[in-house]
Design a protein around this ligand. Structure first.
Ligand code: ADP
Ligand code: MG
Length: 246
């Protein structure tokens, strides 16, 4: 049976002034799927992700999360909706003056209005999930980049998202720290989390992605299984891209 889409991008277009950055993007991410996005710098990958929780306003088209039309929600109601779409960026954006535990609790209390003790229990559970229970009382600056990124993942997970979006989550990390973050993402996939991942980690894509989309110039140029995309690219653009990155 085909699972229903958790995230649907329909006819998405984005312009900045006269510059068309996304052209008619259509994509469904189904329950439990990991969809991988590759493409050269400037192809619109980050803008597409940012449109999914309206960090950028789409020029036209629709974004749906479990049938709720994100693109129709009034600005004042956006915060609640944003919880459903967890986002992890290249930079970790932790609050430097707060402990790891407080970082994971804060949005639960402020945005979800969770009682403090409930938020703390949830935060500790999520830190355990990313392998950092023993760092709850540490400050972000005491952690490696890989550990900080796992805290950022725990913080997003604590808000009970329906889908997790990752924008180059390992690009800022020293090579030896990349593996710990990818492992957390693999664990999440195994546990059934729905994920849309922009990354240059091609080996990870081959291993963990259900589908891969290749973007170039604001368009989805190719779309297929990892075997198809990496093993049998159809367009010159994808062939050129793959020869540059691998
Ligand atoms: P990618 O993540 O694939 O590198 P981006 O989505 O960041 O691509 O950018 C796609 C294009 O949109 C680029 O040409 C970029 O310069 C342009 N762009 C992104 N954000 C803005 C903005 N706020 N204003 C104007 N142009 C932007
Ligand atoms: Mg980007």
């Amino acid at each position: 049976m085909v699972k229903p889409p958790v995230l649907e991008i329909a006819g998405l277009e984005k312009r900045f002034g006269d510059t068309v950055v996304l052209k008619n993007i259509n994509l469904k991410v189904r329950e439990g799927e990991l969809v991988f996005v590759i493409g050269p710098s400037g192809s619109g990958k980050s803008t597409m992700l940012r449109c999914c929780n309206r960090l950028e306003e789409p020029t036209s088209g629709a974004i749906l999360v479990e049938d709720a039309k994100i693109t129709d929600i009034a600005r004042r109601d956006l915060d609640k909706m944003r919880m459903k779409v967890g986002m992890v960026f290249q930079g970790f954006h932790l609050y430097p003056h707060m402990s790891v535990l407080r970082n994971v609790m804060l949005a639960q209390i402020k945005a979800l209005k969770r009682p403090k003790d409930e938020a703390e229990t949830r935060a500790r559970d999520m830190l355990e999930r990313v392998g950092l229970s023993e760092k709850a009382d540490a400050m972000p600056s005491d952690l490696s980049g890989g550990q900080q990124q796992r805290v950022a993942i725990a913080r997003a997970l604590a808000l009970d998202p329906k889908v997790m979006l990752f924008d180059e989550p390992t690009s800022a990390l020293d090579p030896e720290l990349v593996g710990s973050v990818l492992k957390v993402m693999k664990d999440l996939r195994r546990e059934g989390m729905t994920m849309l991942v922009v990354s240059h980690e091609m080996a990870f894509a081959r291993e963990a992605a259900d589908r891969v989309i290749f973007m170039d110039g604001g368009l989805v140029v190719e779309h297929g299984s990892p075997e198809q995309i990496f093993g049998d690219p159809q367009t010159d653009r994808l062939k050129a891209f793959l020869s540059r990155v691998s």
